[in-house]
Design a protein around this ligand. Structure first.
Ligand code: SF4
Length: 177
């Protein structure tokens, strides 16, 4: 959940450094983290970039989670309600909310990111002007609700976009070529 917020507009390697800083200080704990002053949290997560903004966003999500009595409290909540409440947190858009739903809460919600769009557009499956809900519904219709499959599918899109379908496509050796 922390990673989903910190990874906004940042490479994952930088997020890992920020999470390592939190771990080192024993701060990957809901109550301790949610109680932190924003300025102190910002200093610790600095490697993730946009650290002041992300500190505020992270605290917003953590305080929401605490208001729901933490993970035990949200486990039984309907996915649509969770998504609605996550989207109401500061700085949480559909991609962040859905990453939390899929990767932290095991809900069958497909995550659409810029890599997904790029690959599908180049592969000829998107026109390029489809919005987030349209792309997500297409995956939901084609794949059916399946947490493990969505989890792996998104991870493979990320990997493909980093290895081959980069800003400048490196098609040689790409499995989709
Ligand atoms: S890198 Fe692969 S997915 Fe991207 S345009 Fe080339 S063949 Fe298509």
């Amino acid at each position: 959940m922390v990673g989903s917020v910190l990874t906004q507009n940042t490479a994952w390697a930088n997020v890992e450094k920020a999470i390592a800083n939190l771990k080192q200080r024993g701060l990957l704990d809901l109550d301790r983290l949610a109680a932190m002053p924003p300025s102190r949290l910002a200093t610790i997560i600095r490697p993730a970039g946009f650290f002041r903004l992300k500190a505020r966003r992270l605290l917003s999500v953590l305080r929401w989670l605490r208001s729901r009595s933490g993970f035990p409290g949200v486990l039984g909540m309907p996915t649509e309600t969770l998504r609605h409440e996550l989207l109401a947190c500061n700085g949480v858009g559909p991609e962040t909310a859905d990453s939390i739903l899929l990767y932290a809460l095991n809900r069958p919600v497909f995550v659409v990111d810029s890599y997904t769009r790029r690959i599908l557009f180049r592969y000829g499956l998107l026109q390029g002007d489809e919005n987030y809900p349209a792309i997500q519904s297409w995956f939901h219709r084609c794949l059916g609700p399946n947490v493990e499959l969505y989890n792996e599918f998104h991870a493979l899109f990320v990997r493909l976009a980093k290895k081959h379908c980069r800003a400048r496509a490196m098609c040689q050796g790409c499995p989709l070529s």
